[in-house]
Design a protein. Structure first.
Length: 585
């Protein structure tokens, strides 16, 4: 294959553990439609013929099956194009928990903010990949130990000296791509921004404009995930960036607002349901389905709003989708929860379970998830086997435990604009802690603490979105501290590319954020949410780009202890911040 024909990929996607202990992984490749379809090999064997996901605008996107057998011990598996470039991933051993990296916010909303960075835009990705794969370090020509500190060197003997990679999975918690530039890049949308509000609401989307919107959403992924000016995969030296991570760590992805556009779901009912907003959302959803979920575009059902006539559409009542029927013929379908309108998926992997919750499909100013989604999450978590499973990781793109800013909410509710160029009010309305969502936050804590109580499974929340690193807890204040099952930990890791709070006004906001973080939030007579002092730091939130490692210690007699390690960017290197969460006794 001519490498110039490769437009995107490979992008690895984790599909769960299949029958016969198969580690189900797929790889997405984008090619010029005129190029021959390449054959791929995995673990020394030919892959089955790929499935075509999309043929559009002279481009073809294919999904390959890279499924591998889970053996007694973990192993490094090579895959690639015979006679062409090759890549590696590491498959965990039987009955062992996967080691996971977590990232969010892989992009930026405004190019101007990137100029504030002291280091390169890919510096955090580089640090993650240095920790992940020794071969990538060597290929970059930097030696084994450059940029590695003692904490990172601890992994050399137990992982890298065995020829393995550190992470089996990469959780991507939202904003894998930023579509905010669509308001500038498409001329009619730039003109729409300047219209009076009523004219915006009544704006009709022409067929020509819809084609332009469709091309934008389907076209930006290749530009962002495999930049045209990037070194070729066959280059003697490696580029350490998001592309390298996507090619070497199978991903679990869930979208957030920037994967659609900034603030989606937190605008007024009238704006959310306007013809333009609905058109943008529909094409963002189609692109997300192909590129992040790796499903064929023809398999995606349209959403159906079943809100009865005469009732407000503020909280969309979307018809649930029978995903088990829609994807019945696809053996590599994602484990989507059935009979929900969104994309919430769930995975059981030995000692750990993961729920990737869709907080955008049904979101409104007054709703995060609809009743069908809530019911299916409760049903699935209630079915978990408490024997092998000791930890549940609940991926919530927006943190459940985060400093509450009631004064800012009040001011922005009164004076904030319902406009794409003024997203501050929308950012606050996104939060679980906003007054409009407090009821659902309590509901989430009820569901998760009920699971912990009944199944004796430790529950932790992992989130991004807010461009800081933070640790929080939610617990039942009507119970003694000895009832540890009621303690739910929150790990917030954000962002991997987007700058943190570095401007003058942002630093003032950070000071305000830290001040408010000192106050526990009484959700009701039972539940308290509390932002804890960040490990190894003198504040509650740490303003730095960062990534998070989540690893279970299998050697403990009392069960698997979960280690969370933040790697936070400094001006010259990275700092380590460790936290251990014990299983429920």
């Amino acid at each position: 294959m001519n490498e110039k024909d490769l437009l995107l990929g490979p992008v690895l996607s984790f599909r769960g553990v299949g029958k016969g202990d198969v580690w189900k992984v797929t790889a997405l490749l984008g090619l010029k439609s005129s190029a021959p379809i390449p054959a791929l090999e995995v673990d020394g064997k030919a892959c089955p013929a790929p499935k075509e996901l999309l043929l559009h605008g002279g481009e073809r996107y294919l999904r390959y099956d890279l499924g591998c057998k889970v053996l007694k011990n973990e192993r490094r598996v090579s895959y690639g194009i015979p006679g062409g470039p090759s890549w590696n991933m590491t498959v965990p051993g039987k009955d062992f928990a996967p080691r996971m990296a977590y990232v969010s916010c892989n992009g930026f909303s405004d190019p101007a903010v990137m100029r504030k960075l002291i280091r390169t835009s890919d510096a955090v990705w580089e640090d993650l990949l240095y920790s992940h794969d020794r071969q990538l370090r060597r290929k970059q020509g930097s030696g084994d130990t450059k940029l590695l500190d003692k904490e990172q060197l601890w992994h050399e003997k137990r992982i890298h000296d065995k020829g393995l990679q550190r992470f089996h999975l990469m959780l991507m918690g939202g904003d894998q791509i930023y579509f905010d530039a669509i308001w500038e890049d498409i001329k009619p949308l730039r003109q729409w921004v300047a219209l009076p509000r009523q004219a915006q609401l009544e704006f009709k989307v022409s067929k020509a404009l819809e084609r332009e919107i469709e091309n934008y959403y389907l076209g930006l992924y290749k530009a962002r995930w495999l930049p045209p000016d990037r070194k070729a995969w066959s280059s003697a030296t490696a580029t350490l960036d998001a592309s390298a991570a996507l090619a070497t760590m199978p991903t679990i992805m869930m979208w957030d607002d920037h994967d659609i556009f900034d603030g989606w779901g937190s605008y007024s009912c009238e704006m959310q349901n306007s013809p333009l907003f609905q058109t943008l959302f529909r094409h963002a959803r189609r692109a997300f389905w192909v590129f992040q979920m790796q499903h064929a575009l023809d398999d995606l059902p349209e959403l159906e709003d079943t809100t009865p006539a005469g009732f407000s559409r503020q909280d969309p009542l979307l018809k649930p989708i029978a995903w088990s029927q829609v994807l019945a013929k696809d053996p590599l379908a994602l484990p989507l929860l059935d009979k929900q309108p969104g994309f919430t998926s769930a995975y059981a992997i030995g000692p750990v379970a993961i729920v990737a919750a869709d907080l955008r499909t049904e979101r409104s100013r007054a709703q995060v998830m609809g009743t069908d989604t809530w019911a299916q999450i409760k049903k699935w978590t209630g079915s978990l086997d408490a024997g092998p499973c000791q930890h549940l990781l609940f991926m919530s793109s927006v943190p459940v435990v985060h400093p509450k800013l009631p004064l800012a909410e009040l001011l922005l509710d009164k004076f904030g604009q319902d406009h794409v160029t003024d997203s501050n009010a929308d950012d606050l309305k996104d939060h679980w802690s906003h007054d409009d969502h407090e009821g659902e936050r309590k509901r989430l804590l009820e569901v998760l603490s009920g699971l912990a109580r009944d199944k004796k499974i430790r529950v932790s929340l992992v989130s991004g979105d807010v461009h800081v690193a933070a640790w929080g807890t939610a617990y039942r204040k009507d119970l003694p501290a000895t009832e540890t099952w009621s303690q739910i930990h929150q790990f917030t890791s954000s962002a991997v590319v987007h700058p943190s709070l570095i401007g003058v006004m942002e630093r003032l906001f950070l000071s305000w954020l830290n001040s408010n973080a000192k106050q526990p939030q009484n959700i009701d007579v039972q539940y308290v949410a509390e932002v804890m002092p960040f490990p190894g730091h003198d504040k509650h939130v740490m303003a730095a780009r960062n990534w998070l490692a989540l690893e279970l210690d299998m050697g403990s007699a009392e069960g698997c202890k979960l280690w969370a390690t933040w790697r936070c960017e400094t001006e010259t290197s990275f700092s380590n911040h460790l936290l251990a969460v014990a299983p429920i006794p």
